[in-house]
Design a protein around this ligand. Structure first.
Ligand code: PHE
Length: 444
């Protein structure tokens, strides 16, 4: 493909991929699922999932994209033809596109909460509120469909604009500014948290595992989260890999992505939990941890407004740089498929996701009684995508990369010796077995 766009450099790819990986998953979801599942023990299982399953599958996914130089659907199709494998593999390309639609529709709603809280802290409108009033504020935001719709719409428009501008003038430019900023803000927030007496308690909480709260469900959640946080299983890393030059070595880059992502998750925990503990709040309060407990804690502290602004701005940039990577594979596929312009496709896809998002935001108020298998629409989408669809997509990617592509000399991954053996065993056996066993037990 002569005219295919490519990243300006490997460094830019790294920034964009870290931008994809680092998102609401790290700053919003990771701290609260750690809190719900007892701290250190859960972190341990999560780190195992990242190392044994996440990194091998990440290498596999970037490898498929780089080799195919194409969007996920075309990648599976073309490569299967090239190595004379079954056309069935393309199912995983379509699965990825579908998953992208679903993830972004609820991701955008949560990202909208960060816009709401950014605006709240900018105006300092929670000043003087007691704990109950702060909680009520979040509940009233959830209860107000127009408020949720406003922020969801703004977030979708921002995402659509960036993706609409393409790789070089959209995504590259944005991550070039956003990612360095994100790291600076995060480090300032962690330094702030180290000044609190409760910092030691946080280290204790992280390092002192309580295994009693670990069950198979928790292990499934850790595994699902490993996929979610590394943006695996739906083609985001594949499409980013496809914009690399074909001869780029990818193993070290993949490690770089996974290490930075894990670091940000742990640092976010170190920034958030000391605030929570300082105010004797419950770390296990679930998805509202960041929007009730954290504002509560912040407002009682010196410079709380300033750090609140910094925090929710951090959350916003992390969310945008992930959202663009959820949209990109869907858009790249449809542009190639329909030959419409990128602008047209982005607007259409953005509009459909925005509409699904309305269903999601209504599940917090008018449609809260609409249940799918006992959960509301939001929880169902979150659970379905992170714990079922992404691991399933990851399974397909792992098997295709090892048993189909790497087996063929024309499309082998180009690693040699022991590193190759380790990657192969992890990706062809260990990851699939882990995914199947955990999913089987977790779902039953
Ligand atoms: N990794 C992102 C996060 O942690 C979410 C994401 C999932 C992005 C799947 C792309 C694909 O928030």
């Amino acid at each position: 493909m002569k005219n295919r766009q490519h990243w300006s450099s490997r460094y830019v790819f790294l920034l964009a991929a870290i931008g994809s990986a680092v998102g609401l998953g790290n700053i919003w979801k990771f701290p609260y699922i750690v809190g719900e599942h007892g701290g250190g023990a859960f972190i341990l299982v999560y780190l195992l999932c990242i190392t044994l399953v996440g990194i091998p599958v990440l290498i596999a996914e970037v490898f498929i994209g780089k080799t195919a130089q194409a969007n996920p659907v075309a990648a599976f199709t073309n490569l299967a033809i090239q190595v004379k494998a079954s056309r069935f593999w393309v199912i995983f390309g379509y699965l990825g596109v579908l998953t992208g639609f679903l993830i972004l529709s609820f991701y955008s709603v949560v990202a909208g909460w960060s816009l709401e809280y950014l605006s709240v802290f900018l105006q300092n409108s929670l000043l003087g509120f007691d704990a109950k009033a702060i909680e009520d504020h979040f509940l009233s935001v959830l209860a107000s469909a127009p408020t949720l719709l406003l922020w969801h719409s703004i977030f979708m428009v921002l995402t659509v604009i960036i993706v609409g501008r393409g790789i070089k003038s959209g995504i590259e430019k944005m991550v070039g500014i956003a990612m360095p900023l994100l790291f600076i803000i995060l480090i300032i927030l962690v330094i702030y948290a180290t000044q609190l007496d409760s910092f030691a308690q946080t280290l204790h909480y992280f390092l002192d595992p309580d295994f009693s709260k670990l069950n198979t469900q928790a292990v499934l959640i850790a595994l699902g989260h490993a996929f979610f946080t590394l943006s695996l299983g739906m083609g985001a890393m594949m499409i980013y890999g496809s914009y690399l030059q074909k001869n780029t070595p990818i193993v070290r880059l993949s490690f770089g992505i996974a290490i930075m992502d894990t670091l940000v998750a742990l640092l976010s925990g170190l920034a958030i939990f000391p605030l929570i503990f300082a105010h004797h709040l419950e770390p296990s309060s679930g998805p509202s941890l960041l929007f009730i407990s954290l504002p509560n804690a912040l407002l009682a502290l010196p410079f709380g407004q300033f750090f609140g602004i910094a925090f929710f701005f951090l959350l916003l940039i992390a969310a945008i740089s992930s959202a663009v990577s959820i949209l990109e594979p869907v858009v790249a596929y449809l542009v190639q498929k329909t030959q419409y312009s990128r602008g047209k496709i982005v607007s259409m896809v953005g509009a459909i996701i925005w509409l699904i998002g309305i269903g999601v935001l209504l599940s917090f108020n008018h449609w809260s009684e609409v249940k799918i298998l006992g959960n509301n629409i939001f929880d169902s989408l979150d659970y379905l995508t992170a714990n079922i669809l992404l691991p399933l997509g990851g399974l397909g990617i792992a098997l295709f990369a090892t048993w189909i592509l790497d087996k063929n000399p024309k499309t082998s991954i180009g690693m040699v010796g022991i590193p190759h053996k380790i990657w192969w065993l992890a990706t062809a056996f260990l990851a699939p077995v882990a995914i199947i066993t955990i999913a089987y037990n977790g779902l039953i």
